[in-house]
Design a protein around this ligand. Structure first.
Ligand code: F6R
Length: 369
């Protein structure tokens, strides 16, 4: 049943191009228009929405953090993202014009379910992004956009995360379409690139051997840090979460701009630091900033593991290890830059003798608080 792989996690990582393609299937036509028939929230309600609030836990929360960048940039609707466990015990300000998006692979996560009930009680409409047909969260939502990752067995989420990202991009683009947002060539190009992004994910998977080797060489370390900016920041958080849960290592993700506000004190000789570098095209300011962050940490002894787009030569002098990903529009980069971090965590866990598919103390579906 593991299809020739040693672990479900490896199988599920390998299935990502298909999971992504399946989630896109039939949802973007040749002209770049979106059809999301399942989103049975009346177009008028979507047009009148004044705010989007995303609630989720763990890896799904990271997908939500990335969605915020896309939703606000493409549609100009204010978007908040909150851990469901915090949201449900606060007194959040919601009304009928708030669109709440609940993201959950299993559809059974207690905190996410309670957050959506809390939101509906206050009149907000809830759209679920879910991978499990007929589970509780979609049943209790106003509408659901299913991800088509197929069953995810390994406790650590991989293919579900990539499909959650795809679903978030689709929701963002759909909101823009329904609201008649005037899009320039940039968004039209993004839609074209999204429609064929599965090929890029496939290309990343073909080049993972050096990442595995690198991971094995780090098995004796205690700490790994992850840095990113913009959508690379949630990717850094996700890389750190994967390493914690699988390798049982101290791993932390930071926004690179926060380095000087504390975390840089952690840098010492030989400390592995993974840096997610945004595209040098597009938002070049971001790129320049992160190149200086890499220089700063390297000058203090960090062993830099740099994830950068093909053709990005500026990072080469400062990268102790360079992991290449295909060029994508900035906002879509998490679909390719997360993959090496999944492979990295899986390989480190194996090298440390851990049970990859069933990490200690964790359950696949968290139906209690
Ligand atoms: C991490 C992981 C968890 C889940 C979280 C939410 O790899 O799998 O952090 O993402 O428990 O689960 P769902 O998406 O089922 O609500």
């Amino acid at each position: 049943e593991k299809g020739g792989y040693d672990y479900f996690m490896l199988k599920e990582i390998a299935e990502q191009p298909k999971a992504v393609a399946d989630t896109l299937l039939g949802r973007i036509d040749a002209e770049g228009s979106l059809t999301l028939d399942e989103v049975r929230i009346p177009a008028a309600a979507l047009r009148e929405a004044t705010k989007v609030v995303i609630v989720a836990c763990g890896t799904a929360f990271h997908a939500g953090l990335i969605a915020k960048y896309a939703i606000e940039h493409w549609t100009r609707i204010p978007c908040e993202v909150e851990l469901a466990s915090e949201f449900r015990y606060r007194d959040p300000i919601l009304d009928q014009r708030t669109l709440v998006v609940a993201i959950s692979q299993s559809g059974e996560t207690m905190d996410t379910l309670m957050a959506l009930r809390h939101a509906r009680e206050q009149g907000a409409r809830v759209l679920a992004i879910c991978n499990t047909n007929g589970s509780t969260i979609p049943r209790e939502s106003d509408a659901v956009l299913y991800t088509h990752a197929g069953p995810e067995v390994a406790v650590a989420s991989t293919k579900a995360f990539l499909t959650q990202l795809v679903a978030c991009y689709l929701v963002a683009l759909y909101l823009g379409q329904v609201r008649g947002t005037k899009w320039g060539d940039e968004v039209r190009a993004v839609i074209r690139d999204l429609a064929r992004i599965a090929e890029d994910v496939e290309r990343v998977l073909e080049t993972m051997e050096p990442v595995r080797e690198l991971a094995r060489s780090l098995a004796g370390h205690d700490t790994v840090l992850f840095l990113g900016r913009h959508v690379g920041y949630p990717v850094a958080l996700e890389g750190a979460l994967k390493l914690k849960e699988l390798a049982y290592m101290h791993a932390e993700g930071f926004a690179a701009g926060e380095l000087k506000h504390g975390p840089i004190a952690l840098i010492e000789e030989g400390l592995p630091v993974v840096v997610v570098v945004p595209s040098p095209r597009g938002r070049s300011v971001l790129h320049g900033k992160i190149v200086s962050n890499i220089q700063e940490i390297r000058a203090r002894g960090a062993r830099t593991i740099v994830i950068a787009e093909e053709g990005d030569e500026a990072v080469v002098p400062y990268a102790d290890h360079l992991i290449r990903v295909p060029a994508t529009p900035t906002l879509l980069q998490p679909l390719v830059s997360t993959v090496p971090l999944q492979v990295f965590a899986c390989e480190l866990a194996t090298a440390r003798g851990n049970e990859v598919d069933q990490p200690r103390n964790l359950a696949k579906s968290v139906t209690v608080e």
